[in-house]
Design a binder for this molecule. Structure first.
Ligand code: HGY
Ligand code: MN
Ligand code: MN
Length: 428
């Protein structure tokens, strides 16, 4: 038999015999959920925090005891390699992964699913003795949720992080990234050195919960993601005048909070009316200074987030919101500053990765639906350097970024199986 025929026979045998170990995957999801667990369910595990660092150490142990090569880069990204111990252009890898940080009071699957399912797939491939042509690597990207900077680890890996920016990155409570990383034993200034060599990634695929209601309501097990929204976060600081809250006549007050509140309501109307249907907006951070009930607020800070699947729409909405803020402060005799915190542009997923996910669904007899991702993901950075794509499983009730986020056990197993077959196809 010629060697290529033998290879293809081995490959088809491995496809039939390789399968994920669902109970091992569920136990790992439960084990990771203990780091930063909250008494009423859910988890708070922000990147570089003590529970996060404990989770990172646990993950590295799991990677190594699964027989993979484990390592951590200068941006804190964790990797587990099957046939790879580093990234190089000479041996491009097939990469899968997600993140193990969470939002405050988040769920146990957002991010964790993609990392642990990826680990399970690599362990299963290793155990089956399947020998894919390309090395495989599972990743856990740092600070996906953006406590300091959104999609931080994948941004560094994809060469989109500059050293000057890391010096100024700060969480909404004022904690500096450099301090948080130093506490965890990392030097923030060196994070850009985590950039992977050009050509080191052949393809990237990320499994995630949908985080919204579309799949669950459609009763379809898998979504093949065709594009990922762009997200803009801007800090708006309204500067009014602090005054005595009892003695200052109402018509003389220059209340910074009321300006922020008026802006918040009008920005929502603007995005709903002019966002073309797919655009959304949120103000999830509000701080009022000096913050006493008997002082008219002299300063109000909000973080305004906007998302759209369409780059031009997002750009236009940002300009219109800025004009809106100018109008609000002019009428109220105050002023504002706008500081851009982060900005991602919508990206399309690779046809090659989409086709591999669809082929895996077909092979497993599972139906799928094509969806755009209304959440941001590390895959959008990877899409800038390689063929990248995603698949979703349903989130029960569409709940996410809340402690009761959940997906059915069978949905998790189906997602991991589709990921496994996708990886085998991409790794050749
Ligand atoms: O905010 C988001 O879209 C996220 O879940 N990373
Ligand atoms: Mn999230
Ligand atoms: Mn996520």
């Amino acid at each position: 038999m010629d060697p290529s025929a033998r290879k293809s026979r081995l490959y088809s045998v491995s496809l039939v015999t390789t399968s994920v170990n669902a109970s091992r995957l569920h136990s790992r999801i439960a084990a990771l959920a203990r780091f930063g667990a909250l008494p009423g369910g859910g988890v708070t595990r922000s990147c570089w925090s003590p529970p996060y660092e404990a989770a990172r150490a646990w993950l590295l142990d799991e990677i190594r005891s699964a027989g993979l090569h484990g390592w951590v880069d200068l941006a804190g990204n964790v990797f587990g390699g099957l046939g790879a111990a580093a990234f190089s252009a000479a041996t491009p890898v097939v990469l899968t992964g997600s993140h193990i940080d969470t939002v405050p009071e988040g769920g146990i699957l957002d991010g964790a699913l993609g990392v642990l399912a990826g680990l399970e797939c690599l362990q299963a491939i290793r155990a089956a003795g399947a020998a894919p042509r390309r090395p495989l690597v599972v990743s856990a990207w740092s600070d996906e949720e953006g406590r300091y900077a959104s999609l931080f680890g994948s941004r560094a890996f994809c060469g989109r992080l500059d050293a000057a920016a890391t010096a100024t990155m700060t969480a909404v409570d004022g904690e500096r990234l450099v301090d948080a990383m130093a506490r965890a034993g990392f030097d923030a200034h060196r994070a850009p050195e985590a950039r992977a060599p050009d050509g080191a990634v052949h393809a990237y695929v990320e499994l995630h919960i949908e985080q919204g209601p579309r799949l669950d309501e459609a009763g379809v097990p898998i979504a093949v993601v065709d594009s990922i929204v762009g997200v803009r976060r801007t800090r708006l600081i309204f500067h009014g005048q602090a005054d005595h809250a009892g003695t200052t006549p109402m018509e003389r007050r220059r209340d910074a909070f009321l300006a922020a509140a008026e802006y918040a309501l009008k920005a929502r109307e603007l995005v709903v009316e002019r966002g073309g249907g797919g655009s959304v907006t949120n103000i999830g951070v509000v701080q009022v200074h000096p913050g006493a009930s008997n002082i008219v607020p002299g300063r109000a800070e909000i973080v305004h987030e906007m998302r759209s699947p369409d780059a031009e729409t997002l750009e236009r909405l940002a300009r219109e919101c800025e004009a809106l803020a100018t109008d609000v402060v002019d009428r109220r005799g105050i002023r504002f500053d706008a500081v851009r915190m982060s900005q991602t542009t919508p990206v399309a997923c690779s046809p090659k990765v989409r086709a591999a996910v669809e082929a895996a669904c077909k092979r497993l007899g599972l139906g799928w639906k094509t969806l755009y991702s209304a959440a941001g993901h590390d895959a959008q950075n990877l899409a800038l350097i390689a063929d990248a794509g995603m698949l979703f499983i349903p989130s029960r009730g569409g709940k996410s970024h809340r402690v009761d986020e959940t997906s059915d056990a069978e949905a998790i197993e189906r997602g991991a199986s589709v990921l496994l077959h996708t990886l085998l196809t991409l790794a050749g």
